[in-house]
Ligand binder design. Structure first.
Ligand code: ATP
Ligand code: MG
Length: 432
């Protein structure tokens, strides 16, 4: 390897020989002495070069910014460098020279347009604050997995090419599949439910979900990362909601403690939501919003969610459930509330005034699922592979789907979902 230490590790190796490697961030020429600041994943290191020792100093300092070099040398304490250390090189190797000019500024001093940044994402990630977001994203995913394993869930992978959609027809992407048409899955809904009839008992998946959303918003993408789980033998949707609440809180705690250096780099803090998350009945939400002059039907729109977010924030809550939605706007797989006709056991988890997850108790009785499919205008014939699982021992079950990108963005106070996705896909972007 060209490296024995990352830049920040070199700080703890005063007096030792190290090899570090990275991108030239800056060079400074003070005549008889020159400085090269290099950047790697962890931060920065300063290389101090004396002309006496390197007659080619002038050449070195002229290397274009963002060229890749490897340095072997001794770490010494430095009071003059704000890093607190510098490296006196024995050997400097140029691994690859960068071309000039660069397609965008990476010093973090000049802010580039979002499109320029996304067109050059590999380079955008060299900016500390951008890299920090993705290091934190990594921790969010790790935190969710950890919480799920602790709750005895089994991680699964379900197909992303399928014959039928679960979340309504309008947002399906068709794909040519040999000599027939198939679709990119909008969610793992049908598959995770089939697994409830399998004895795996509790399953989760973190994977891509595809929605042909022509909407141009800061919270929708055509491809997003969905965190889904499904659990068997529940007694009510409350079992599902309680699980979700603990997963969300445990994940945030994990990121808060493991992500300190990156949160500092971003100058952000993670605020744990107040618990227990309130469970607001849809009808109560409706009255609360109508008091604010809003007209509410069977579902909430973006603006309704935002207004509710404000009301709840005033009460100190950033996360809250909206439970027992009217059945009409909810998918076929949701269980109706037979004691309260027109209502269902569906809930949403809203977070800072935006929908973060949808879930609920599912309909597990074969005849009822078929009935609901028909009611929603779906042809049960197209879902035979799924319905079969309901005929031979399907336990009561429920689950959720949560938008991971939204979770990360909202937790970090980032407005545009594209900021937390490496290579976002939307109506206007398919490259890179
Ligand atoms: P919304 O009403 O906000 O568009 P939805 O109700 O259509 O969301 P669900 O089918 O309930 O979405 O999906 C579960 C979760 O997946 C949502 O709560 C959201 O966090 C996330 N999600 C859904 N669609 C998108 C998308 N296009 N881009 C990013 N995240 C999404
Ligand atoms: Mg939803």
């Amino acid at each position: 390897m060209e490296r024995t230490h990352y830049a920040v590790e070199a700080k703890n190796a005063i007096g030792e020989k190290v090899k570090i490697a990275g991108w030239i961030y800056e060079t400074r020429d003070l005549g008889g002495i020159g400085f090269i600041i290099i950047r790697d994943k962890t931060g920065y290191a300063q290389i101090v070069v004396k002309k006496r020792e390197r007659p080619d100093l002038a050449e070195l300092l002229k290397l274009p910014k963002e060229s890749v070099i490897a340095v072997e040398g001794t770490v010494q304490k430095s009071d003059k460098s704000k890093l607190g250390f510098e490296i006196v090189p024995d050997n400097i190797k140029v691994l690859n020279k960068a071309k000039a000019p660069l397609p965008m500024d990476v010093s973090g001093k000049i802010e580039s347009e979002m499109d320029t940044r996304l067109d050059n994402r590999f380079m955008d990630l060299r900016i500390d604050k951008v890299r920090a977001v993705f290091m934190l994203r990594n921790l969010f995913i790790k935190g969710i997995r950890k919480a799920m394993y602790e709750n005895d869930f089994v991680e699964v992978q379900t197909p992303k090419i399928a014959a039928a959609g679960a979340e309504g027809g309008a947002s399906l992407f068709p794909v040519q599949y040999f000599d027939q048409w198939a679709f990119l899955t909008q969610s793992p809904q049908l598959y995770k439910q089939m697994l409830m009839a399998s004895t795996l008992d509790r399953v989760f998946e973190i994977g891509p979900a595809f929605r042909a959303e022509p909407s141009d918003t800061s919270r929708h993408l055509a491809e997003f990362t969905s965190f889904d789980y499904e659990m068997a033998y529940i007694s009510s949707y409350e079992d599902v909601a309680r699980t979700l609440e603990s997963i969300v809180v445990d994940t945030l705690k994990f990121v808060k403690s493991e992500g300190k250096p990156w949160l500092e780099m971003l100058d952000k803090e993670i605020t744990l939501p107040k618990t227990p998350f309130p469970r607001l009945k849809f009808d109560d939400v409706k009255s609360m919003l109508e008091d604010e002059g809003r007209k509410i039907g069977n579902d909430l729109g973006t603006e309704d969610e935002r207004v509710l977010g404000k009301i709840m924030a005033e009460k100190g809550y950033s996360a809250y459930f909206i439970v027992e939605y009217p059945e009409e706007e909810k998918p076929f797989y949701i269980m109706e509330n037979e004691n309260s006709p027109g209502y269902s056991f569906a809930f949403d988890l809203d977070y800072y005034g935006e929908e973060l997850a949808s879930g609920g108790q599912r309909e597990h009785r074969y005849e009822k699922v078929v009935e609901r499919m028909k009611k929603k205008g779906l042809n049960p014939k197209n879902f035979e592979f799924y319905l079969k699982a309901f005929k031979y021992g399907m336990p009561p079950h429920g689950g959720i789907g949560l938008g991971v990108d939204r979770f990360i963005a909202k937790s970090l106070g980032i407005t545009n979902i594209r900021e937390v996705v490496l290579f976002p896909r939307d109506q206007f972007r398919l490259v890179p």
